[in-house]
Design a binder for this molecule. Structure first.
Ligand code: ADP
Ligand code: MG
Length: 243
């Protein structure tokens, strides 16, 4: 089975000539099938840039990128077999929850009956069956985030990408949604790359953790490896210190 995600020598610079700023410096990561990989590091270290490159929203300056064994450099986001969940939910405000979830399937010309079946399945997994007729404005923050995840899940992607999906939620809801995301991953088995700057989220959700700083991958390993054998004082301090 091809690696769901293979990142090799990825570099990214913004700007040109002597104004160019390098925000990713030769990143190498291989993700195993079904893995939940956390990308963690302080604000501005390049996490979103790397995720956007995987999603095809940015192109790298240099390097190789394969999704499911396929070279995706230059391939538009819609063709990459990925689904992304952001911190802002960006649901379609005029559509019902059901239509929000089914929209990507409709775009792909999935027949109506099949679409409805998939919407029901996804709603059951996320426990939002009772919300299907509502509009986004009639939902709480946590419910909206569930719908955003449902919309991503409905596409049954090869790769799930999350960019700090919980950072707009209050502390109690954040803990609840963390458990929800864990359950979703266990249920779907979809390979996931999850960006956060929150050490606790990283340690509780990740099967492996990639620690970044200043565009450089400092260490990658299981939570246990990172915690017990940090590669350097930065990683030790970052994972060791409470938020
Ligand atoms: P993180 O998600 O870890 O907070 P980002 O990937 O968003 O970090 O940003 C990494 C660095 O790249 C930051 O210094 C940011 O200002 C810069 N950056 C991000 N996007 C752009 C862009 N489109 N143009 C110029 N600089 C950018
Ligand atoms: Mg970011």
């Amino acid at each position: 089975m091809a690696s769901p995600l293979h990142i090799k020598g990825i570099r990214k610079a913004f700007g040109k000539g002597d104004k160019a700023v390098e925000v990713l410096k030769r990143i190498d990561i291989d993700v195993a099938p079904g893995e939940f990989l956390i990308l963690v590091g302080p604000s501005g270290c390049g996490k979103s840039t790397l995720l956007n490159i995987i999603a095809g929203l940015e192109e790298p300056t240099e390097g190789e990128l394969h999704i499911g064994g396929k070279n995706v450099i230059g391939m538009p986001p819609a063709q990459r077999d990925i689904a992304m969940v952001f911190q802002s939910y960006a649901l379609y405000p005029t559509m019902s929850v059901a239509d929000n979830i089914g929209f990507a399937l409709e775009m792909r010309k999935v027949p109506k009956a099949e679409r409805e079946k998939r919407i029901q399945e996804v709603a059951a997994i996320l426990q939002i069956q009772h919300l299907l007729d509502r509009r986004p404005a009639q939902l709480s923050g946590g419910q909206r985030q569930r719908v955003a995840m449902g919309r991503a899940l409905a596409r049954d992607p090869q790769l799930f990408l999350f960019d700090e999906p919980l950072s707009n939620l209050d502390a109690k809801l954040r803990v609840e949604m963390r458990a929800e995301i864990k359950r979703l991953h266990q249920h779907s088995g979809i390979t996931t790359v999850y960006v956060t700057h929150d050490q606790i989220e990283a340690m509780t959700l990740g099967s492996r953790i990639a620690v970044m700083k200043d565009g450089i991958l400092q260490q990658i390993g299981t939570p246990d490896q990172i915690y017990r054998r940090p590669a350097n004082t930065y990683v030790g301090g970052f994972i060791g210190s409470p938020t």
